[in-house]
Write a protein that binds this ligand. Structure first.
Ligand code: C2E
Ligand code: CA
Ligand code: CA
Length: 250
């Protein structure tokens, strides 16, 4: 599935995040929070990542060239030599410019202390290819600031827990406001995740220009719906690949 990431002002998509689903003949649609940890424990996440990344790049190759692809990586993808080598290989073979790809990593990749140097090396490898690297679920771990300090990141994604009810919660408001300032000072883009309501959207927008993602804009959708979504994307498009284009449906 693909969920748009939109500009706070234009509300026009700048890219999509690929979100895995498993259609099991017996279990139906299984959420990634269920099957990804199992695949990690079973030692097969590398193969799943390869399959998903190939599929996502194939789809992204059909989008207008200004649109980016965000892709989630697991700890194993970053800490095993084969993991990162296969990702580099898949990106190199794809028709999508590496500069259009953002890999999303979380703090769980660093749980084992020895992994830090490996993760740093992996992030450097992805950056050297031209890809962006985002720190996902920012603020939920114990050491988000250390990673921000030590890794050559390009984006942070502020976790949904700081956004839910932000219009009624002064501490969430202050945290998100401070993270906007921090990301700006550090020259990083900032994505606010999990914006669900108009009230949350209005409060976040009042704090400055960022990228937003959440049910308030669109739920994750199958690739087949992306064209129709782009044509009906709300608001006047002032930035991105369809700048100046009048949406077909408003
Ligand atoms: P994530 O990377 O933080 O992705 C955001 C999750 O929040 C997605 O859940 C998305 O559907 C959901 N979401 C988006 N907007 C809203 C909103 O406004 N409200 C609420 N309540 N939820 C929202 P999903 O698709 O179930 O994915 C869950 C997690 O599974 C992801 O969290 C990510 O950590 C992991 N995941 C998904 N796809 C992959 C993948 O291909 N590889 C790996 N390694 N992990 C993946
Ligand atoms: Ca993510
Ligand atoms: Ca997240």
């Amino acid at each position: 599935m693909y969920q748009p990431i939109v500009g706070a002002d234009s509300r026009y998509p700048v890219g999509f995040e690929a979100l895995a689903r498993w259609m099991s003949p017996t279990l139906g649609c299984v959420a990634p929070a269920k099957f990804i940890p199992v695949a990690e424990r079973a030692g097969i996440i590398g193969r799943i990542t390869q399959t998903l990344l190939k599929k996502a790049l194939e789809e992204a190759g059909k989008w207008p060239v200004g649109l980016r692809l965000s892709f989630n990586l697991s700890a194993d993808d970053l800490t095993s030599d084969e993991g990162i080598a296969s990702i580099v290989d898949i990106v190199a073979r794809s028709a999508v410019d590496p500069e259009r790809i953002d890999f999303e990593i979380t703090e769980t990749a660093f749980i084992q202390e020895f992994a830090f140097d490996r993760v740093r090396e992996a992030v450097l490898t992805l950056r050297r290819m031209g890809c962006g690297v985002s720190l996902d679920d920012f603020g939920t771990g114990y050491s988000s600031l250390s990673y921000l300090h030590a890794l050559p990141l390009t984006k942070i994604k502020i976790d949904r827990s700081f956004v839910t009810g932000i219009h009624n919660n002064p501490s969430s408001y202050k945290i998100v406001k401070s993270l906007f300032a921090l990301s700006k000072d550090m020259g990083l883009d900032c994505i606010v995740e999990g914006v669900e309501t108009d009230a949350e959207m209005a409060t976040v927008r009042s704090l400055g220009d960022a990228l937003l993602q959440g049910y308030a804009f669109a739920r994750p959708m199958p690739a087949s719906q992306i064209d129709a979504y782009l044509d009906s994307a709300p608001s006047v498009c002032t930035e991105g690949p369809r700048a100046g284009r009048v949406p077909l449906i408003s």
